[in-house]
Design a protein around this ligand. Structure first.
Ligand SMILES: [Mg+2]
Length: 124
């Protein structure tokens, strides 16, 4: 069974790049375009891992981390957070809210893939 990855980012361009690369690596993918969309997709898709942007409309990435922590079925779902350059506080805040790792934009497809593999326990 391929591992399931939920990609949460309001940038269609970035989502498309991530989807392309993770599909190519054999992962099953679902996408969400904001934080509220993410909470809804989580219950339908039951991801093994999530990739979460911080700056998003409706509910930002911090809000998703806070809500997720309260959700019994999802509080342990590992989440890789994507931050903008220069957001050192964002990194600390995301980690303190339970993010398992933080990637700073721009990152290479290989960086992201290695990070996902490491988190789900696939060989890098
Ligand atoms: Mg964004």
């Amino acid at each position: 069974m391929p591992k399931k990855v939920l990609i949460i980012d309001d940038s269609t361009v970035l989502r498309n790049i991530i989807v392309f690369n993770l599909k190519k690596a054999g992962y099953e993918i679902a996408e969400a375009e904001d934080g509220l969309d993410a909470l809804e997709k989580m219950s339908h898709f039951s991801p093994d891992i999530m990739i979460l942007d911080l700056m998003m409309p409706k509910l930002d990435g911090f809000g998703v981390l806070r809500e997720k922590a309260k959700m019994e079925g999802f509080k342990d779902t590992p989440t890789i957070v994507l931050t903008a350059k220069g957001g050192e506080d964002d990194r600390e805040n995301a980690l303190s809210l339970g993010a398992i790792d933080v990637l700073t934009k721009p990152f290479s497809p290989k960086q992201l893939l290695d990070c996902v593999k490491k988190v789900v326990g696939d060989a890098v």
